[in-house]
Design a binder for this molecule. Sequence first.
Ligand SMILES: [Zn+2]
Length: 402
Amino acid sequence: MLERFLRYVRIDTQAEEGASTYPSTAKQLDLSRLLADELRDLGLADVELSEHGYVFATLPGTLGAPVIGLIAHVDTTPETPGGGVVPILHEDYAGGAIILPGDPSQVIDPAEEPALAERVGHDIVTSDGTTLLGADDKAGVAEIVSAVAYLRNTPEPRATVRVAFTVDEEVGRGAEHFDVEAFGAEAAYTLDGSGIGELEIETFSARQVRVTIRGRGAHPGTAKGKLVNAVKLAADFVASLPQGSLSPETTEGREGFVHPSRVTASVEDAVVVLIVRDHDDELLDQHTELVRRLAAAIEEREPRARVQVEVQETYRNMRSVIDQHPRVVAAAEEAIRRAGLEPVRSLIRGGTDGARLSEMGLPTPNIFTGGQNYHSLREWASVQDMAAAAATVVELVRVWGE
Ligand SMILES: [Zn+2]
């Protein structure tokens, strides 16, 4: 599994926000192609690289056993440099701060990270500090490939496994072309979580709000009484957003937020893109309404400005779907126990391919991978935790086979 992981993270698969192609970047296919070849070499059936860049494959199970899906994504986030990853294996971690050699200002400090402090004696993988590592989600990919490679040579009863490696999860489009019916599984699991033993059955509900502000241009030398500067209006709008609460930097757990993630502005036009998140759909509506009110206030302050608000649904909390399939959660908890761990139910302050897939009728909770500090130059993963995730997958396929 480690050998696979170190190979996959070296392949640049960074997704891109707002691209018109699918997948958003062609380089994601470099890994998709390699995975299709690898699954074929392992002797899996129905290996396919779809026109959209998804990799599918089947590991046949015991005759008459149910069909379950195992899903991970090949892409990495556009938020953090993702090309030229040089993974570093810190064998038998002795404790203390890990200083990343490519940029010594990047320090992974166990004083700030209880999870690392507890992993003395583990083998820890990091980047060199100049890029992300890509355990999100190549840890999940390596764990699934290793689990099916192991299972195919074992005689124990097992479910039939449908493997899927998706693209563009990090830009919220991972399930966009996913054909649930053709996939043919009755339940699925994404391997896209983090801390050991965690099973995530709840995501945010998510929207994107785009606020477009139209000002009025004029030559600055003769602008008196004419110029309406959209740059300033956008700045006022952003400053009017909540700060002490309802922001990612000031909330945790079940608290939602409105988050300006991108601004483009000139005198004539400004666009502020916000993401709105909550686990509760009613609160999500309230946060969306707040953004609308603050946007409307721009026109109240400057009646010559024109403001337009567009709201787009991104994904829904998968909890309500998962709750209808207690067997799917029970099987995962049993598998985690058989791997020698205590299952921990937790919630995702984000989304997964599973949120969309659950909405589309395929209940898909999320299992831990052992990776930590996602979307950061200080991302790291414990090899032993990753092995525990792979073992959980093996057990899960067997639980369903029984
Ligand atoms: Zn991920």
